[in-house]
Design a protein. Structure first.
Length: 290
């Protein structure tokens, strides 16, 4: 299990410079990779983002790249061409304006005096791949350490939820009988001292229906299944489980609402409130899991 929050640093040298990369991640429902590169390297942005996407599956990922030294070689002056240009300009000056100043700035208007040799793109690409790999390795190490701590906390809370579920089930087993007795007592109070005749078969049918409505066996069975799946998912290591855990928690919360509504029992309601509190705490933690 990996946390979605973390930090990684990597660097690599190449002929003419050095690249450093910082990767920061934060929790987010989907994968969102954003890389910031220096102007001279912006054409490698998609390459860097793709390297990250191959290793990170979920969360907000910010990649900051810095280039130290020269990413391109310094401009080289063609001295022979510059001398020839100045000589030609001097001859023109002597012809039309003898004695006038001839500033070197005039050379700026002469095309082709400076040439820039671009850095080897493959060398830069290799350095980017090396530095990104190092940053991702550091990031993964941090995410795994935090994920281990999260898994321990989630496991403890899931065990607490399982215990609460056992307590609810024990109380729920008596709910249909309690509902029937309460209805019978209420009916007896209503009919007490009267000579109103009642249809015994109809009363029995209504009592059975009332007892069935307070039966939460199916909901508790589904809750038990969800809790077991949640605990099993915590032990998974091959694939990201954040979304699966979040889905199971949503299902548990939905079933808990149904149990509370059907049970109509104070003791069950109190335990369900505690159950929901634990579920919300779990959901807060699960939001940080990849």
């Amino acid at each position: 299990m990996r946390s979605m929050t973390g930090f990684g640093f990597g660097d690599a040298s190449f002929a003419g410079g050095r690249i450093t990369i910082e990767i920061r991640t934060a929790n987010q429902r989907f994968l969102d990779v954003r890389a910031r590169l220096p102007n001279e390297l912006t054409h490698f942005t998609m390459f860097v983002e793709q390297l990250v996407r191959e290793h990170v599956r979920r969360g907000r990922v910010d990649v900051v790249l810095r280039a130290e030294g020269l990413v391109t070689s310094p401009p080289v002056l063609d001295r022979s061409r510059a001398r020839l240009a100045m000589r030609e300009l001097a001859e023109l000056r002597d012809e039309i304006a003898p004695g006038a100043d001839l500033p070197l700035s005039l050379l700026a208007a002469v095309p082709g005096l400076f040439s820039v040799v671009e850095m080897d793109a493959e060398a830069v690409r290799a350095a980017l791949r090396t530095s990104v790999a190092a940053a991702l390795a550091a990031l993964e190490g941090m995410q795994l350490r935090e994920g281990e701590a999260l898994a321990k906390d989630l496991s403890q809370r899931a065990a607490r939820i399982a215990d609460l579920l056992v307590e609810v089930r024990e109380r729920a087993e008596s709910l249909p009988g309690l509902a029937r007795r309460r209805a019978e007592e209420k009916l007896a109070r209503m009919l007490g001292g009267t000579t109103v005749a009642v249809d015994a078969a109809r009363v029995e049918s209504e009592l059975l229906l009332l007892a069935d409505r307070s039966d939460v066996t199916e909901e508790l069975t589904r809750l038990s299944s969800h809790v077991a799946q949640f605990q099993a998912a915590l032990a998974e290591t091959a694939e990201p489980v954040g979304r699966k855990l979040d889905f199971l928690l949503q299902e548990m919360l939905r079933e808990a609402h149904t149990v509370a509504a059907k049970a109509q029992d104070q003791k069950v309601s109190e335990k369900i409130v505690t159950f929901k509190v634990e579920l919300e705490r779990l959901r807060e933690q699960v939001q940080n899991i990849e």
